[in-house]
Design a protein around this ligand. Structure first.
Ligand code: BJW
Length: 258
């Protein structure tokens, strides 16, 4: 559901109260999506600019596409690795890394595969959809490795078992990494405050986490230039790189004065 931007546009005044909620919360979960990396120069999946290197990401991010043409899909992911390596975390990533020091129990759950949260200094990150720099076995032998070099081989390299290797990300119809979703779900169910940042909230099961938190009585705060959710305690329409630092400052100010 799309919420009116007019009534939700962020201002320092509209951030003050959620800042207080943050300062008072014991258990906070932040769920991030592609929008938080947009200001670092990484395109989002849906909406304007959704064509990446002439390809629709939705048609590439499937096991069917890799089965049909592993070299094309591999080459596209390798191009994305290069793109991400040329980008830096932005103030939105950095604010979330700092929030972890403010809140007693903070968990960062991301749908992103770009590793920018870790590069911004977040140490506890649940990656629901894998990571661009991880490689897995297409035949599911269980072999995994991490490679940050770029470019990688022009064709999918071979796994030690002889099968092709594939990008270590989660494609449509595939299960999320073992433990990632149960951990995120447990944290959402126990959260006082749940932040939803830069996601269109259309991909499940990630999008359902905010509903889990809402049903358990948490306040949900959304940060997105085009808020995607109904039922939130506060929608802050604006870019994450501006709104999250303001939210962090508001929480810090409340702590210092309290
Ligand atoms: C800004 C901004 C700024 C811009 N600041 N914000 C229940 C109901 C219906 C369907 C399903 C269901 N449960 C499962 C399904 C099926 C499917 C699904 O959800 N389909 C729907 C699309 C209909 N889900 C799956 O298949 C999942 N697997 C699964 O459920 O497995 C079950 C299973 C169990 C056991 C055995 C086997 C199977 C897997 C989902 C995998 C998603 N993969 C991708 C690709 C990852 C790899 C890659 O990167 O290539 O993940 S798809 C893509 O979408 C990517 C993203 O993580 C994900 C979410 O996108 P996100 O992050 O929300 O980005 P956008 O572009 O959509 O939105 C960006 C937002 O940012 C916008 O709102 C902007 O306004 C905002 N923005 N600038 C803040 N500056």
């Amino acid at each position: 559901m799309r919420v009116s931007e007019e009534t939700t546009t962020w201002t320092p005044e509209r951030v003050a109260e959620p800042g207080r909620w943050l300062a008072e919360a014991h258990r906070v979960v932040a769920l991030t999506g592609a929008g938080i990396s947009a200001e670092s120069g990484i395109p989002t999946f849906r909406g304007a600019g959704g064509l990446w290197k002439g390809r629709d990401p939705m048609s590439m991010a499937t096991p069917q596409a890799f089965a049909r043409d592993p070299e094309e899909v591999w080459e596209w992911y390798d191009w994305r690795r290069g793109l991400v390596l040329g980008c830096e975390p932005n103030p939105g990533h950095q604010a979330l890394a700092e929030l972890a020091d403010l809140v007693p129990d903070f968990l960062l759950v991301t749908q992103n595969v770009d590793g920018l949260h870790q590069r911004a200094g977040s140490s506890q990150v649940v990656e629901l959809h894998g990571n661009l720099f991880r490689l897995g076995c297409w035949a599911c032998c269980g072999h995994e490795e991490t490679r940050v070099d770029h470019p990688l081989d022009p064709r999918p390299p071979r796994c030690p078992c002889g099968a092709l290797q594939r990008p270590g990300v989660v494609w449509f119809g595939e299960a999320l990494p073992e433990d990632a979703f149960p951990r995120a779900h447990r944290a959402a169910a126990a959260a006082d405050l749940f932040l939803v940042v830069g996601t269109s909230s259309v991909v499940y099961p990630a999008a359902g986490l905010a509903d889990v938190a809402l049903a358990a009585g948490a306040r949900v705060v959304e940060v997105n230039p085009q808020p995607s959710r109904a039922g939130v305690a506060r929608a802050l329409a604006g870019p994450a790189g501006e709104v999250l630092p303001a939210l962090l400052r508001a929480a810090q100010k409340f702590r210092e004065s309290g």
